[in-house]
Structure formats: structure tokens, C-alpha cells
Design a protein around this ligand. Sequence first.
Ligand code: SAH
Length: 385
Amino acid sequence: MTETTLQCPVSKKCGGCQLSNMTYKEQLSFKQAKVIRLLGKLHRVGEIVPSPRPMHYRNKVQAAFGRTRGGEIISGVYQSSTHHIVKTDACSIEDELADAIIVFIRQLVKSFGLTVYDERIGRGFLRHVLIKRAFATGEVMVVLVTGTQVFPSKNAFCARLREQFPQITTILLNVNDRYTSLVLGERETVLYGPGYITDVLCGLRFRISSKSFYQINRDCAELMFTQALESVGLTGREIVIDAYSGVGTIGLIAAGKAKRVISVELNRDAVKDARVNAKLNGITNVDFYCADASDFLAEMAAENETADLVIMDPPRAGSTVRFMKSVVKLAPEKVLYISCNPETLARDLTFFTKNGYKIRMIRPYDMFPFTEHVESVILISRAGS
Ligand code: SAH
């Protein structure tokens, strides 16, 4: 399949796969060239690591529900930058089981005589379906996002769904009755199972709830984290700062090979999840702080603290000069920069190279096949060492 381009009937309307007209090989060359163009002046760029599975890699899938003008119930993706639903039954980058569950739910809605949500009048039952699948453990979460808490025949509905898909390990009802483009609302009840799924990544267990962040392409993330930490070569004696740490993934994976990890993340829910993840794995040498990474590092630097390694995985906008100035003051031997945007990365790396650090490795990863996005891992260390 990867020898060909995507034959997706809705690719123009959906807009999710910007590189759908390229074969997989062409996509890799395209992304390699992009990273070379942006970072090649700074250091040699290693060969892009392909995604272990180039298709159906997305472990989180969501579909909007609505009706056509003729009254037919449909589900699918929003046409880019609109709230018009494009009917889709299958997608080349989404998990196939998730897509099959969504199509089946559409049939169930009809056979149970349920309604779908109408955004214009703010009424109706099913609004979205969100599915998360833990590829390593096989666990599957189904979240029914509805306009109302009232769910007639919910037990029969869930029983029928589980009978058809025994892989489903938990079902949730999430009520979202607001006029919003966010998928999930505040109120959530568990209809079946524990209310979360658990996946295994780099030998550790991670709990995934409906709202918590988790790497979309699990297999590629596992490969990337393993190789990135190998390139650092931890000995067990290091103090590590894991900044922009999300649900704690990289820091927790590094914890087994470090003395102590200090994890800092702005999102309160993510920090909560990270603490649960540490407990789940019996890890006690990671401290989690909920703070702005730049404020936190500036404070550490002001208190003359030190660190051996700073891991940073900022959002698309990249880091801040204040953060990087503090890193320079903390003077870690190494910095591991994981980036999802080579443009802001180029800017940040230039700062490090002008302030006593040298780039040792640049390696792109194809974390999001068929899209224009490219992830990169960069190892930096103190110049002269
Ligand atoms: N390393 C994580 C994911 C990082 S995504 C993982 O692998 O799971 C980037 C993270 O940066 C998000 O969790 C986001 O909430 C956080 N973030 C954004 N701005 C921040 C800031 N100013 N300070 C700290 N964290 C921030």
C-alpha cells in the first residue's frame, strides 16, 4: 500500500493528509529535504526514521455525528475550517478497528431510535464519538459525546456494542451541551469498565483517560524515545530536568537510568496523570511540578541549581529565550531537544550554538505519515567537552 499514493475520496475536503498525493518514499524524501533546508546549516542531518506503521497509525480517532439535508444520519470529519461534516467510513491513517466501531455505532443509533446533535439549535443526543486504542495491550476506550445526559436504553446499547466488539474494555458518556468546537465537555460518567485504558510504552505502563494526552503514533514514539535516550547514554548518576513533560512519558522512561528527574509541565491534568503513571510503575525518583517551564527554570537558575541533562519537548511554538538562558546558566552537560516543528527548532538551536553549546546529532522521525508534520530529536552538548 505504501508504494502508492492515497486513494482517499475525501482528502481535499478533510485536509488532514497534506501529502496524500505522494508515495511513502516520496514523503520521507520530502521531510528529509525540509529538515535539511531548515537545520542543515547547523549540523549534518541524519536519515529520517520511517514510521513502523505508515498507515492506520493513529490510536486516537474522533468522528462528528449529524444529519444530511435529506435526514440521513452521518458520521465523519469536519470539512477543514468549517463545521460541515464530510461523511467517512474509513481513513488510511486512523486505526481500522476504531473506524469499524464508529460505523457500527452509526447503525446502532438508527436501530435504537436515538437522535444526533444539531449544532444550530443545540439539541439532540449523539454529537461525537472518540475512540482510543492502546496498541500494546489491545485495550479500547469508547467515549460517546452527547448533547444530553438522558440516554434511554443505555445498558442495551452498551451490551450490543460490546457483543459486536469484545475488544472494547471501557465505555464513557461525556456530556457536551455547549456551543463550542471542543469535542469533550466537562461532565463524564463511566458506562462500562474502569473509565480508562492502559498502554505499555518502553516497558512502562501509562494510564490514558478521555482527556489525557498520549502519543498518537505509539510505535514510532517508542522507537524515538528509546533511540533518543540511548544517544544520551545515562549512567544512573544524573540529575535530569524533563521540561514540557506532558503526562511524564520521557522523564519516567529516563528515571530508571538516572538519579533523579525533575518534571515540569503547565497543564494541571497532565501533571495529575503523570503522578498516577509514576505510581503505576513504582517510580519514586521523579518530582512533578505544575508550572510554566520558563518561570520554573529561571527560578532554578537563580537558586544556582545544576542539572546534568535537560530534556525539552515544547509545543509547536518552540521554547523561549528565557528558558534557554536559564538552561545555559544551569549548565547541563547535555540537552535533548524533541521538536515537532523544525522552524522554531532552527531558531532555538541557533541560540544554543551561540551560547556555548554544540549540536551533536539531528535525527528526524516520521511520526505523522501522510501529513506535512515532522518530528526531530536533537542532541546538544557543551562545546569543548
Ligand atoms: N513530552 C510529552 C509531550 C509534550 S507536548 C510526551 O511525550 O508525552 C508539549 C507539552 O508542553 C504539553 O503537554 C503542553 O501542555 C506543555 N506546555 C505548553 N506550554 C508550556 C509551558 N509554558 N510550560 C510548561 N509546559 C508547557
